[in-house]
Ligand binder design. Structure first.
Ligand SMILES: O=C(O)[C@@H](CO)OP(=O)(O)O
Ligand SMILES: [Mg+2]
Length: 430
């Protein structure tokens, strides 16, 4: 067998649009053997202050300073040349070179959007050259684990321009399904049942950034009642077949040391928020709460973990920002029990894998996630299967940029055949 030459021959970048109509970076890698692949960075709206930098043009003009010509130029005039000659199969060396070229802890010079597009495109090009599927190339698990799709069917907070609830995301988790394909079908049926129910109640069925409905509800609890009803109308049982997850994204309504629930006209302390989550977890089949407390409210997080960490998966997103230093602190201090994994919060595939492994080695959960600004790139679908993380959140079962990830998982489940397993309830740490 002749050895395939996976030496990087060229890397080019371009500006494309994301699902919010904002520019983002797409990188394209060509190898000596002729294989080529591309990858695009997503972009968040409720970004954590500790995330790696997302580099944009900054100056008014094209896209009001939100353009990405600077990242594109960095790749076309510098990064591409630096990485030419590297073996695309040596992901760690490629990512190390990107990290060194940037030279900061937070990708301040190159931007995590710049480095991530390159890093993912290199991995995909290497997989293509080897004729392997990306999930096999990244992890080669003997028994591929299909994740529970965490479907965000009701949007609030900044993703709904603060027209709906303060809590940003209400998700359904069809963990009782026998296969991923069935889970996705259940989720889509519940999504449609919710739409019909909202219409019946006179609510708008317009959607937010992640494809979930964004009704102008009068409290943060009302969506839970709407969703429970939708689950039942679709013919499923809340709690045994379908769980509910929340991402309040509370950093976005945390001001001057308190949590401001505008919808309810209330300002709560961390302890009062914890009481509320305890009550909600008692009254509804809640399996996951992400970012229940704010990104630097470690004391509040500790209270929450002590209160319900034994029965609810408590996921740190803005708290950990896919950063091993912050995750290590959480593990050391017993704060949270799971990590949200967003590759663009840290900027390379290698560093993202390190964050997943750190969580898994400590018995913590790792939930891979899309961003609210997405493209049709499906890297995270393959990544989730490769890392066997058991669950993935990538929006509503509607809107192209969201369903493309779910559809990729359908393809993976089909391709993996008999070897495959659906994570189900075991996909959660609690
Ligand atoms: O808070 C989140 O978890 C994400 C993704 O759902 O939102 P954004 O990409 O806007 O940070
Ligand atoms: Mg979040």
């Amino acid at each position: 067998m002749t050895e395939i030459d996976t030496t990087i021959q060229s890397i080019r970048a371009r500006e494309i649009l994301d699902s919010r109509g904002n520019p983002t970076v797409e990188a394209e890698v060509t190898l000596a053997c002729g294989a080529h692949a591309r990858a695009a960075s997503p972009s968040g709206a409720s970004t954590g202050v500790h995330e790696a930098l997302e580099l944009r043009d900054g100056t008014p003009g094209r896209y009001n300073g939100k353009g990405v010509q600077r990242p594109v130029n960095l790749i076309n005039h510098g990064i591409g040349d630096r990485l030419t000659g590297f073996d695309a199969r040596d992901q760690q060396a490629v990512d190390r070179a990107l990290i060194d070229l940037d030279g900061t802890a937070n990708k301040q010079n190159l931007g995590a959007n710049t480095t991530l597009a390159v890093s993912m495109a290199v991995a995909r090009a290497a997989a293509t050259a080897e004729g392997r599927r990306l999930w096999e190339y990244l992890g080669d698990p003997a028994e591929p684990l299909l994740p529970v799709p965490m479907m965000n069917i009701l949007n609030g907070g900044v993703h709904a321009n603060w027209q709906g609830p303060d809590f940003q995301e209400y998700l359904i988790a069809p963990y009782g399904a026998p296969t991923f394909a069935e889970a996705l079908r259940w989720g889509a049926e519940i999504y449609h049942a919710l739409k019909a129910f909202l219409k019946e109640k006179g609510y708008s069925t317009g959607v937010g950034d992640e494809g979930g409905f964004a009704p102008a509800v009068s409290s943060n609890t009302e969506p839970l009642d709407l969703i429970v009803e939708a689950i039942e109308r679709a013919g499923y049982t809340p709690g045994t077949q379908i769980g509910i997850a929340l991402d309040p994204a509370s950093s976005s309504f945390y001001h001057d040391g308190a949590y401001e629930l505008r919808t309810e006209g209330l300002t709560l302390t961390a302890a009062e928020m914890v009481d509320r989550y305890r009550d909600l977890a008692g009254a509804y089949p809640i399996v996951v709460i992400e970012d229940g407390l704010a990104e630097d409210d470690w004391d509040g997080w500790r209270l929450l973990t002590e209160a319900i960490g034994d029965r609810v998966e408590l996921v740190g997103d803005d708290l950990f920002v896919t950063n091993v230093t912050r995750i290590e602190r959480g593990i050391r201090e017993g704060v949270a029990n799971a990590v949200l994994i967003k590759p663009n919060q840290i900027g390379t595939v290698t560093e993202t894998i390190a964050a997943v492994r750190l969580a898994q080695q400590n018995g913590w959960g790792a939930m891979v996630s899309h961003r609210s600004g997405e493209t049709v790139d499906t890297f995270i679908a393959d990544f989730t299967v490769a890392m066997r993380t058991g669950h993935l959140k990538t929006g509503a079962p509607a809107r192209g940029e969201r369903v493309e990830k779910y559809n990729q998982l359908l393809r993976i489940e089909e391709a993996a055949g008999g070897a495959v397993r659906y994570a189900g309830r075991a996909g959660f740490v609690r």
